[in-house]
Write a protein that binds this ligand. Structure first.
Ligand SMILES: [Zn+2]
Length: 187
């Protein structure tokens, strides 16, 4: 049985990790530092992009909501054209397929349940109703910024803050609507 000659030495290595030249602890420090830099860059990017992402999300949500209200308005006009009267309620429009059930859902904040609307068609002769009379609006809390989309009888809408909305509600032409809203969401 012959003895194998000893292998040539791999050279001096501190730390005994076997890697050539760079000691193990230094390698760990370099990798750790690089990972830290990557984490910092990602955190920075997230911090920069998040506000604009959430703004974009809010804008998209507001636009979908406005489209919903316009769908309700179109449904109301179609019903009016056919029946010569305003619909008794929005459920009637859904039943007649003039408004899809999805149009009655404001996609609420984040992943929460979809927000609802208060819809109330004014009484009286349709051609005598003021176009600014409220017909539909977001319920409280649908939008994270505290604003509400509203729809007037004439088809014009708006995105109102609380002060604007309260002022609009207090107008005599909206007394009926204000009552309907109170019944839905309390005083
Ligand atoms: Zn909404």
């Amino acid at each position: 049985m012959t003895q194998m000659p000893p292998l040539p030495s791999a050279g001096p290595s501190v730390g005994g990790s076997g890697s050539r030249g760079i000691p193990g602890w230094a390698l760990a420090l370099i990798i750790g530092g690089a990972v830290l830099v990557v984490i910092c860059v990602i955190a920075l990017l997230v911090a920069i992009l998040m506000p604009s992402l959430s703004r974009a999300k809010q804008l998209a949500m507001t636009t979908i909501c406005q489209t919903n209200l316009q769908t309700i308005h179109s449904g109301m006009r179609m019903y009016l054209a056919e029946h010569d009267a305003l619909p008794p309620d929005v459920d009637t429009l859904v039943r007649l397929n003039l408004v899809s059930p999805q149009a009655l859902q404001c996609r609420g904040p984040g992943d929460g349940p979809p927000g609802r609307y208060c819809v109330h068609f004014p009484a009286g002769e349709p051609e005598k109703i003021d176009g600014r009379t409220l017909v539909a609006c977001d319920l409280k809390g649908n939008h994270p910024d505290g604003m509400r989309n509203v729809l007037g009888y004439g088809g014009r809408g708006g995105y109102m803050d609380s002060r604007q909305f309260q002022a609009e509600l207090q107008h005599p032409r909206n007394a009926e609507f204000a009552k309907a809203l109170r019944e839905k969401e309390g005083p």
